[in-house]
Design a protein around this ligand. Structure first.
Ligand SMILES: [Zn+2]
Length: 847
């Protein structure tokens, strides 16, 4: 929430003199008259200038953070923080060193992590007693429609700041941050609360710890992930809380079998010690299967990639299995942000487009976890690329290659227990949706055909909302039943994702309702009359929220149908905040609009082809005009010769244009460089590259038109064949975006066209015996050698190196890269032989 684009940051944050005043007042003695806020503001901004480094460098120490040295003033740090006072005192006692004393951030911190940007914000608070706006690039994610209210980067940045202010003893900042983090706890996903809880525990922030524990206890986070991430005493507290609330809330919870639980734990322990052999032994000993133990999920979350590979290698695991929370193994790997495991899973058949129960794909999970800085940092050549960025690229590449894979049916190997849990959850969600948003729910269900499949009879909390829920057919065999339930599951998952797609705000309200309010409402059902009153009031509030969300969805729909997935802003506080959020949602939509319609301009191919044709006509007329005035021989040519003369003008200009562009793309531009991580080289394109190819297609069209119009005066069948082939190949590459690099490499061979044309001009103008003719011949020889022989060799070598990417292209693209260049290479070699012969003849004549 605290980035500069968000005006609400000034509300919750204390850039106002009001709080900075409060943080300083305790230091002034009671007898002094209180200083006016103006003077304090001046003092604060003057001290802040020390950091801005504008008027000379008076710093006397250096703290290195993430490899970057930050200059600091010891007197200020020591006067504001006990920690630094102690640190500098100790250092001074040692001995007088030469130069400024240097410190390293990682040596100063007993726990946690503080990044460079977070340290700068911290320093600015130390100097000025004001909280500066958080830098956007480290406190927001790269998800298209995220409002960055409580996404992982925003949380992590606050946590870094919290670490710094807690360790270095800035209680004012700690309390400001604690308020913000408590706000995060309410809004964030349950998984994102874990890191907050860890930091809160280390910093001993009891209020924040309680909030986190409350939230985690009511979430569906499983005990394994809690035990892995949290200190024992916290886990214990959560467990007690859960045990207490379970009795009154969920009597239908399936009972756990302690023996089975123990066996599963053993399997996990075997994985912990990287012992896949032991795990195999345990599996054969017990009746627990690999999938029932969620062993692959466990390995993907906590083990070395090698262990994941070994587990996959057993061939026993279903890669697309969902765990009790509805996550596939890929979702788990994405949350861990480990590219090697992601690639491993994808290559073993994991479906990248499979959504979570909340309708999020793996890519969108990943984007929500990735900081803008990590995504946009350009990697230097030879330097290791950012892992987060690779994860996103890998997943997007996979989606591009196989976008329909997610439509495949839900795994049939799902365990009955899992199936019932998931059905119950989804059935609940859809039932609430029908209660709260009847019209939208009906639509979403109709699209997903959820209204035709029989309902799963397990809804306990909504008795009576529908007539025949508890009806059970006793004649049904288990397989038939399983099939029926699976088809129900499939249609429910689709319903939820449809709802998310078309009614994002309604879905948000529903999310919040199911996460936060439902447990409370259930508990209050048995409460006193006062509590029931509160409950009723909350229900009325909820209804109001529902109406608002509905209006918003309707307004959005009228504006555009673009919002593709839900944003993470739960409509919480009304008034100014909701206005801010409305503005933000418009901003998001504008962003999507620009991205979908302007940058990826679908009209570029057409406009550029038409532009190319018009340019050809212009060049034709210009050549005619210039030649009439400046070339004497032009006047004495026949009509057909003049037409050919002008059309060669077109081909020369086109050749120069396309050669320049090709050289730029192949040798200078970053677009097709291996160091860029923009997806497969064979699938890369940019508006400029599409435009260039479009102009070229326009040229081929108009030239072909002239060939046919005056057939066979300008050229025979072989020219028609060549131009059609070239035109089709370039057009395919332009429209599909495939293999543009190779298209441009081949187009470099156009560099010889102006010289060939020059030869014809000289010939036609009767200058066959001039030295210009000979010079032109040599230039033809050299450029032909470079562009049509050596470059082709380079191209085939490039194809060889990137073969793995090329086989992923469509069949036409594949043919384009292999057949066309091979044919051209053979033709080029034959012509080259002729050129050498001709040149030899000429040289012999001259001597
Ligand atoms: Zn975000």
């Amino acid at each position: 929430m605290a980035n500069s684009s968000d005006p609400s940051s000034c509300l919750s944050f204390t850039s106002s003199p009001h709080i900075s005043n409060a943080s300083i007042t305790p230091n002034s003695s009671a007898s002094d008259p209180p200083p006016t806020p103006d003077l304090l503001t001046n003092l604060s901004s003057n001290l802040g200038r020390l950091l801005a480094d504008s008027g000379g460098d008076y710093s006397d120490a250096e703290i290195t953070v993430e490899g970057v040295p930050v200059a600091v003033h010891r007197c200020i740090l020591a006067s504001r923080s006990e920690f630094f006072a102690e640190l500098f005192r100790r250092e001074n006692g040692d001995s007088e060193q030469e130069g400024k004393p240097k410190y390293c951030m990682s040596d100063l911190l007993p726990f946690g992590h503080v990044g460079y940007e977070a340290f700068l914000v911290f320093l600015s608070f130390v100097y000025t007693a004001k909280v500066r706006d958080f830098p956007v690039e480290v406190s927001s994610c790269v998800h298209n429609v995220c409002g960055h209210e409580a996404c992982r980067p925003a949380i992590e940045f606050s946590l870094e700041l919290m670490c710094a202010s807690s360790v270095f003893g800035m209680p004012d900042l700690v309390s400001i941050l604690q308020r913000q983090l408590i706000d995060f706890v309410l809004k964030a996903l349950a998984d994102d609360v874990i890191p907050i809880l860890v930091v809160a525990f280390h910093c001993q922030l009891s209020q924040l710890i309680d909030q986190c524990i409350e939230r985690v206890a009511h979430s569906d986070l499983d005990s394994i992930s809690l035990e892995k991430a949290l200190p024992d005493e916290v886990v214990e507290k959560i467990k007690i809380l859960r045990r207490n609330s379970q009795h009154c809330c969920d009597p239908n919870m399936p009972a756990v079998d302690p023996l089975r639980e123990k066996r599963i734990r053993r399997i996990h322990k075997a994985l912990d010690s990287d012992d896949v052999e032991l795990m195999k032994l345990l599996l054969t000993e017990s009746d627990v299967t690999l999938d029932e133990a969620n062993a692959l999920h466990y390995a993907a979350a906590y083990c070395d990639p090698k262990v994941v590979a070994e587990v996959l290698g057993l061939g026993l695991a279903d890669v697309n299995l969902r765990d009790s929370r509805g996550y596939t193994v890929l979702h788990i790997a994405v949350m861990r942000k480990e590219p090697s495991i992601i690639i491993l899973l994808l290559s073993n058949g994991a479906r990248a487009s499979e959504p979570t129960l909340e309708g999020e794909s793996a890519v969108s999970i990943c984007r929500r976890l990735t900081r803008q800085k990590d995504y946009h940092t350009k990697t230097e050549r030879g330097q290791e690329a950012n892992k987060d960025r690779i994860c996103i690229d890998v997943l997007e590449r996979e989606m591009q290659r196989n976008p329909m894979a997610g439509e495949a049916s839900i795994s049939s190997q799902i365990t009955p227990n899992d199936l019932h849990m998931r059905l119950l959850k989804l059935e609940n969600r859809v039932a609430f949706a029908r209660l709260l948003f009847p019209a939208e729910a009906k639509l979403a269900m109709a699209i997903s055909q959820a209204d035709t499949t029989p309902e799963f009879a397990g809804i306990s909390s909504l008795k009576g909302s529908s007539g025949n829920l508890m009806e059970v057919d006793l004649n049904e065999t288990p397989t038939v039943q399983n099939k029926r339930l699976l088809s129900r599951l499939e249609s429910l998952v689709k319903t939820v994702s449809m709802g998310r797609h078309y009614f994002p705000h309604c879905s948000e309200v529903l999310d919040k309702f199911l996460q936060v309010d439902l447990p409370d409402l259930c508990v209050l059902e048995t409460g006193t009359t006062d509590e029931q009153k509160i409950k009723r009031q909350r229900f009325l509030e909820l209804k109001e929220e529902v109406q608002k969300a509905f209006d918003k969805d309707k307004a959005d729909k009228n504006l555009s149908g673009l919002s593709s997935s839900s944003s993470s802003l739960p409509p919480k506080k009304v008034g100014r905040k909701s206005k801010v959020m409305t503005i933000k949602s418009y901003q998001n939509q504008a962003g999507v609009l620009v991205k979908n319609y302007l940058l990826a301009d679908p009209f570029i191919p057409y406009t550029s082809v038409i532009g190319g044709i018009i340019l050809c006509k212009m060049v034709y007329d210009l050549t005619h005009l210039i030649s009439t005035f400046y070339i004497k021989a032009y006047g004495s040519l026949t009509k057909i010769q003049r037409i050919e003369w002008n059309s060669r003008g077109i081909s020369s200009i086109h050749a120069i244009f396309i050669t320049a562009l090709s050289l730029y793309f192949v040798f200078w531009s970053d677009l097709f460089s291996d160091q860029q991580h923009l997806g497969l080289i064979t699938f890369r394109s940019s508006p400029l590259s599409v435009f260039g190819l479009g102009v070229s297609v326009g040229y081929f069209c108009s030239d072909l038109g002239m060939l046919l119009w005056l057939y066979p005066c300008l050229g025979g069948m072989e020219y028609v064949f060549h131009h059609s082939l070239a035109g089709i190949a370039v057009a395919y590459s332009m429209f599909s975006g495939e293999g543009q690099l190779y298209t441009y490499m081949i187009l470099i061979s156009e560099i010889t066209t102006p010289e060939i044309n020059m030869r014809w001009y000289l010939d036609t103008a009767g200058l066959k015996r001039s030295s210009a003719y000979l010079l032109n011949g040599i230039v033809i020889f050299l450029s032909w050698l470079a562009a049509r022989i050596l470059l082709f060799g380079y191209m085939f070598y490039h194809v060889y190196l990137h073969y793995d990417m090329i086989i992923q292209m469509h069949t036409y693209g594949y043919l384009l890269v292999f057949v066309v260049p091979s044919v051209l290479a053979v033709m080029n070699l034959m012509w080259f032989g002729k050129i050498i012969k001709g040149l030899m003849k000429q040289l012999a004549k001259m001597q």
